[in-house]
Each structure stands twice: as C-alpha cells, then as structure tokens.
Design a protein around this ligand. Structure first.
Ligand code: FAD
Length: 375
C-alpha cells in the first residue's frame, strides 16, 4: 500500500483487491462513496474519505485497488469497511471484487446508526401515495437538508421483539439467525426531532414489491429500522429545476418547502392523473408543471425528458441547481441531456435512478452499474 496517510487512530485495517478494470470503475466508486455522507478528498493517486467515524483511503494501482481504514473503536472500523464494501460491490458488481481485510480483527459489532421507529399514523394523501408518520427517539442524524434519503429495514408485521443486523469484520451485514429482512431506499418527506417524528411518503405502484406491500398494510405500532442518511440534497442556487415521478415527489416537496421565498425555477412532476396531485407549498417564483401518464405504466413515457429538454436555462449554469429522481431509462436520457447536451456541471445536480422498470431492488443490486448508473 503506497498511501500511508494516517490519523493515528486505534484500530486499522487494509486490503489489496485484485481489480483488472479498476481504471473503469475507480471514479464511479469514489463518486458513489461521496454521496453517502462522507467527504472525499482527491489526491494525486488516491482518494481520501473523511467521516465523523474515521478515515479511509482508496488507491488505484495497476490491476489493483488498495483500501485502508482507521477508526477509534471497533464498530466504527466495521462501519467504514461497510461504507467501502457497499459501493464497491454494487458499482462493480460485474467484476465480483473480493475484499479480504488484514489488520485489527474487530469481530461482530452493532449497526450504530440504526434507529428503530414505529408507525404512529398512516393515511392516503392521494390514491397512489400513502403517508406514514413514524415515532422514534434520537432521530437528529436524519434532520438534514443535505442528506435526504435513508434505507428502511422492514420487520414482518406483528413482530414484537425485533432483532437487527450487525456488521462483521469484513464490513458485511450479518442478519440475525441468517434471516435477511427486506430493505429499500426512501426519502424523508418531513422530520420533527422535537416530536420524535419522521414522515415517509410511499408511492403505491402496481407491481408492489415488499416495501410497497408493507406500506399498504402498515398500521400503528408496526416497526421498521432506518439507516442513513445519504445521497446528498438541496444546494443554494439562483435557478432551480426539479424533475421526477412520484418516487421523487417527497424529495421535491420537501426541498420546495425549504427554499427561500425569492427562489425561481421549475418543478416537473410526473404522476398518473390529476387525482394524484397532492397539496404542495412552494415559492411563487417556482412554476410547478404536472405531467400526467393517463393510465400508461410508470417508466414508459418520455414526459419528463421532454419537459426538461424545453427548459430555458440561464447562461451561467453554475447558478443552477437540478434535483431529480425517476425510472432508470428516463434517468439515463435526462442525465445525458443535462450533462452532455446542456453541459450542466456535475456539482450542480443531484440526480438518481430511483427504480428500474423490469428489476426489483435486489435485482438492481445484483446487476450493479448497468442497472443504476448513467451511460
Ligand atoms: C434515493 C432514492 C429515494 C427514493 N425515495 C422514494 C420515496 O420517497 N417514495 C417512494 O415511493 N419511492 C422512493 N424510491 C423508490 C423506491 O425505493 C422503489 O420504487 C422501490 O423499488 C420500491 O420497492 P418495492 O419493494 O415496492 O418494489 P421492488 O421489489 O423493488 O420491485 C418490484 C417490481 O416493482 C417495480 N417497481 C418498483 N418501483 C416502482 C415504481 N415506483 N413504479 C412502478 N413500478 C415499480 C419494479 O420494476 C419491479 O418489477 C426511492 C429510490 C431511491 C433510489
């Protein structure tokens, strides 16, 4: 390992990973890590990842990826390994990289950032959107506008004594008695740490997977775990463009409520029909344009792409902020339009593929970059 940057913390580990196509994957891996609430500092040959729990470095060598982590306690060291293992194995799923750590053996540790919350109340805010308000303690870590998303861990209905996963010395999740629970990524629609409440809006889609089924049936007392937050959020700008389908509506609504009253721009939101339009509060200078599929399945129209294509952008694109989320195919088209045709700088946009028309989340994770990243 060439990069020996160290903060002199108590626990350390390193790994040398065989990675023939590291040159193709290093940048997407580092970018993915940077969206998980970690500060990435680029150096000549390596990237240094600084977090509130420790330090990690990633370095690309010929056919190799070198990793190093250090932290002051065992749970944080395992958490750092997980923070690297997750993006590396997801983004480079096709490469099947094997990460074997050497250094301090930290054993099995709890998932420190996990918060347990219970359904307090639930209601349909439109025919295809169920709002669930959860109660819990110590939710402050999620109360941020720069990191809006979280991963939910669903306990089976009726669970009285939930058990939660831990992290092993490889940074892998270990499920209690090997029973993996369903997990999915959602956006925090609202949070009130004084009341101890967090609100998630679940789009109820017709091919309901485990998350949607859970949300349709959830009632007071039902339990989930939340980990995160992640995935970046609102940036200051002179001109805003928001674009997304119902899975992005919670994020768009939350950000529009947080904008200054003088903010200007557009929000393009695709839903099925006028019945699916909820109450929204936004500054008067933001034009909200609803795009209706009128019965066509989600992920089969080009409504969002056409809307974004017709935007009149300011000459100075560094004054713009774009935020969006939608089905993968539309995501790819809009991403190409923004980055390559309009030349929007990468740091002026936060845009994710929220779902894939023919894949469940588990299948997206198994496919990796091809089912998630832009072209
Ligand atoms: C960063 C991020 C934030 C997100 N925030 C939210 C949010 O706040 N609210 C929200 O509702 N969703 C949100 N999503 C999307 C949500 O995670 C996915 O829709 C997820 O796949 C739903 O899980 P599931 O168990 O219902 O379906 P899965 O088991 O993942 O998939 C089952 C089937 O349903 C299809 N499918 C999945 N999602 C949809 C959909 N939206 N419409 C139509 N078909 C679908 C798949 O193609 C698959 O065939 C977010 C996703 C990301 C990445």
């Amino acid at each position: 390992m060439r990069d020996k940057i160290s903060l002199g913390m108590r626990f350390r580990a390193e790994a040398e990973v065989d990675f023939p196509r590291i040159d193709d994957f290093f940048e997407p891996i580092v970018q993915s890590i940077a969206t998980h609430d970690m500060k990435v500092i680029r150096q000549k040959e390596s990237s240094r990842v600084v977090t509130d729990i420790g330090l990690a470095t990633l370095e690309a060598g010929p056919g190799k990826l070198f990793l190093r982590v250090e932290a002051d306690d065992t749970a944080s060291l395992n958490r750092l390994k997980y923070a690297l293992y997750g993006p590396i194995s997801f983004i480079a799923a096709s490469e099947k990289p094997v990460i074997k750590w050497s250094g301090h053996d930290t054993g099995l540790t709890p998932f420190d950032e996990l918060r347990v919350v219970r359904v307090s109340r639930a209601s349909l805010i439109t025919p295809h959107m169920r709002r669930i308000v959860f109660s819990g303690e110590d939710l402050g870590r999620f109360d941020r506008m720069d990191q809006l998303h979280c991963r939910l861990i669903f306990q089976p209905k009726g669970t009285l004594r939930p058990e939660w996963p831990g992290l092993d010395a490889n940074g892998h999740i270990v499920w209690p008695e090997g029973r993996k629970l369903d997990t999915r990524v959602y956006t925090i629609r609202a949070i009130d740490t004084v009341k101890g409440e967090v609100t998630i809006d679940f789009a109820l889609h017709p091919k309901a997977g485990p998350a949607t089924r859970w949300a349709m049936e959830a009632g007071p007392g039902d339990i989930i775990g939340m980990v995160g937050p992640a995935a970046n959020g609102l940036e200051q700008a002179e001109f805003y463009v928001f674009a997304g389908d119902e899975t992005a509506l919670p994020g768009i609504a939350r950000m529009m409520e947080a904008l200054v009253r003088s903010a200007t721009g557009h929000a393009f939101i695709e839903v099925d029909s006028p019945d699916d339009v909820p109450d929204l509060h936004c500054p008067p200078g933001i034009t909200v344009i609803w795009l209706f599929r009128n019965g066509k399945p989600g992920g089969t129209t080009s409504l969002l792409e056409e809307a974004v294509r017709n935007v009149s952008w300011p000459a100075d694109l560094s004054s713009v902020f774009f935020w969006g989320g939608c089905e993968h195919k539309a995501f790819r088209k809009i991403h190409r339009l923004l980055r390559h045709e309009r030349g929007l700088p990468r740091e002026r946009m936060v845009f994710y593929s929220h779902w894939h028309r023919s894949l469940s989340e588990e299948q997206i994770i198994a496919e990796g970059a091809a089912a998630y990243l832009p072209e």
